[in-house]
Every structure is written in C-alpha cells, then in structure tokens.
Design a protein around this ligand. Sequence first.
Ligand SMILES: *Cc1c(COP(=O)(O)O)cnc(C)c1O
Length: 360
Amino acid sequence: MINVTKPNLPSFEEYAHYLKGIWERNWLTNNGPLVNELELKLKEYLGLNHLLYLNNGTIALQIALKAIGVTKGEVITTPFSYVATTSSIAWEGFTPVFADIDERTLNINPALIEQAITPNTVAILATHVYGNPCDVDAIEAIARKHNLKVIYDAAHCFGTQYKQQSIFAFGDISTTSFHATKLFHTIEGGAVFTQSPELLKTMSHMRNFGHNGPEAFEGVGINGKNSEFHAAMGLCNLAIVNDILKSREEASSLYDEALAGLRVQKPAITTNSKYNYAYYPIVFESEVALLKAVAALNGNYVYPRRYFYPSLNQLSYVHKQSTPVSENISKRVLCLPLYYHMSPEDIRMIARLLLRAQNN
Ligand SMILES: *Cc1c(COP(=O)(O)O)cnc(C)c1O
C-alpha cells in the first residue's frame, strides 16, 4: 500500500536518547529544555530572530488571528487551502471573505483581494499553497495601502525561500504546522513567526493562558504549549531535514520524467523562490480524467489525495460566494504520493498506472 505521505520516524535509539533525558529531568512540558533547544535550532536553521513553538498549526492560526488586536470584521482569504485556514477565521468570530486564486500558481489572486476590500475588512489570511510562495510583494503593497494586517498560512512551507529569505519571514505573522503529514514534523506541532517584538510578546502570553509570571495575567490566553516529547521528535527530524528536502526534490524530478505524455498541468513555481517540493500536485483536464486515474491507482493499492477538495467557499458555515477558478481547479487536482525515501520503482509504477489509465 502506498499512501499520499509517510511520516518520517528517526531510529528508535535516537529518539530514546532524548527520552532518557526527559526521564532524568522529570520535566515533561511547560517550556522545557528540549522545547527551548528546538526553538533555538529552528531559528538558526531558518535564519529568523523570532518564533514560538506551538502544539499545532491550527492553534497557530487562531493565536495569529487573536493577536492582531481586533475582534470582529472581514478577513479576506483563499478558497483553495486546507479547511483549517477558513475554520480558524470563523472560529475566531471573523467573517471569511474569499478572493479567488490565480489559475497558474493556485495562490490567492492579489487583484481580487483588492476588489474584495470593504470598510469592514481587517486582515488578509493567505496560504502559500503546496509550499509555493504567494505574490507577497503585491499583497504587502495592498495591505499597506489599506492599512490591513497580513497573516500567511505557511503550513506547507518548511524550507521554502523567497528572495533568499525563509518565507516564514513575510507578513505581520506567518504560521506553520509541524503535523506528522508535513515535510518537517514534530508528530503534532506548529509555530508562529513575526518580526514585531510587540506581536511576539502578545502571542507568547497567549500561548500560555495569558500568564505573565506565575500570578499575573496579560490578556486572554489559551494552551498553545507543546511538550518535550514532541520537541524531541523535532530535534531528530531537524538533524536530517536537508536530506528530506533533497530526497523530495529528486523524487519530484523523477515524477516529471516518468509522467511525460500525461495530459496534466503543474502549478507554476513563483519566480525568485526556492521551492521545497512539499507536494506533487497535478491538475487533470477534467474531473472525469481525475476520477479514472484515482480508480486505477486505488485498484493497485495506491492512495493519492484530492487535496484541496472541495473548494472552501462551499463550506456550510460560510456566506455563499462564488470563486469559479478555485471550484474548477479543486475538482481536477490530485496530490500524488511523495515522501522521504520513496522508492524510484514506486514512482515509475504510479506513472505507468496513470499513463495506462489515460490511454485506456
Ligand atoms: C496542515 C495544515 C493546517 C493545520 O495544521 P495542524 O497542525 O494539523 O493543525 C493548516 N493549514 C494548512 C494549509 C495545512 O496544510
């Protein structure tokens, strides 16, 4: 059986080495030494001054939305993302307003962001889809002009760079996920990134119930902390993350070669960026062609994912809005299996099945 992803597990001995330390210290969670070490090493690896390690990527989005200092209004967002992008906006009491995507990059279309702005707009929440950077320059210009906050859902972006800088450095706040299905993972986990010392301080209080010392509180907070056990997994995986990135790039080139002749399109990678090969998405000519491909793969125990489907403007709890490009793409897009140490034979087999399904 081949699934769309396979989480990397370090050697048992390597993880056990960290467990031994946890047992010796008897310090399991609450900003422990391994959490601190992971935060330091992540900052070093990413070339960033600030980040807060959290318990998942959805809490990261919720803390980011809470930190911008307004409690209601419209947040302009993309309909082409994982459901957590939209559900976090609704969960925090904001109204999601969708701007359709660019059909080349599959990222939110900046021109349509500007059209969607009303006097009630408070922020833009955009996803760097599949790890491919949004048009951050255009989005920043729009945000400045209209005095809006920008949050990026960079859940797919570990290792992605734009203009030689980590993509996590962009926006007022960036968020990411370190869930087991992501390129770099800590089992469950996530982070927020900001260049602003004020936002950093606000979010660090929010992460820990609003605590400012043991007996004082600074605003409303939540439990966004992560544990020593999760940080230990992160430290193991961070040690090999360059290898993970390289292995995915090689697997993606092999797919490119092996899929020659398949009538599909791939999203265009944004110029001036270094892509992380987090996913291998292909867009079929029609939903019928996609369903035929999925059936052929499933018949051979290969399980790709319709990621992202459905388009998020069709969720039951959002106001009815039409985003034709996202609706159309989400019916035709499929993410093929891609993970660390995926075998070339498996990639060639998947390509053969897809080509055979097309030509049948
Ligand atoms: C995975 C993901 C999330 C949610 O992260 P969790 O760590 O699973 O909570 C949010 N947004 C996007 C785009 C994702 O892919």
